[in-house]
Design a protein around this ligand. Sequence first.
Ligand SMILES: [Zn+2]
Ligand SMILES: [Zn+2]
Length: 316
Amino acid sequence: MQAGETFNPGLSPETAVRSARRPYTPDEKIDWVDSIPFFLVHVVGVLAIFTGFSWPAILMCFFMYYARMFAITGAYHRYFSHRSYKTSRIFQFVLGCWGASSAQQGPLWWAAHHRHHHKYSDTDEDVHSPRRRGLWWSHMGWLLSRKYAKTNEEVVKDLTKFPELMWINKNHGLAPFILAGAIYLFGAFLQNAAPGLHTNGLQMLTWGFFTSTTLLYHGTFCINSLSHLIGKKRFETGDDSKNSFMLSIVTLGEGWHNNHHRFPYSESQGIYWWEVDITHYILKAFSWVGLVWDIQTHPKEVIAEGRSRMKNGVPA
Ligand SMILES: [Zn+2]
Ligand SMILES: [Zn+2]
């Protein structure tokens, strides 16, 4: 052993190499100027406490969190990134706008980065691997770097052929801006129409948009960071993905991340009845009314593989 080398007791040389951190490259520096809007959302989200509390504002915060979490999980992730079900061109456009209202860039940007994650999970190439880059970088550091700000259109050619999706991707700031304005007007309307509710435009805007967007950021980012760190590993997927009930509640079903890495083409991420996956239930309801169809499911072999691993003592 050379001076300065880290001693990893119990790790084979191969494992020690795999668990090594990759150093930052010079172009991965945080772009503080371009990241101002991201930090501003956080600051206003916290300052919401100075606008006071009211049940309508807190309910709006809760509703806007989960309504847009569905847009991330059901639209950006399971539709645009994995194409795990089909829909009409009109509803595809609606899904794109709905997803953009979460202020997490456009559908093509999101899908391109996510496809890259599946291709290179927890290797040197993975942009947000906690094993390679640590918790902070995998959670949000990579998002603040100019290096990953662009959309690699080469890997989303199935989406770039729709000009309306290209338009949303380019003008992704419009949907959150309109949503914030609508939430403000709703609060101002309630102030006049129902003064007994003790809310107003500013209070509704800060809680309903800024606080919920801040929470939505970190709920979503947990899948990139914590889902590769905490939970149980049912399948040998060659990466660090884990299953977590708690993260599934926070993210409407995305916490079954080890299941997802085992078979990313399935629309549902819960495999067994106890794996609560609310995004799946909503999409199933959408299929009953004809909004979506051709939902991809887990193959019998994957379901059987999971059962046999649980029988052999692998944690459920
Ligand atoms: Zn992952
Ligand atoms: Zn995925």
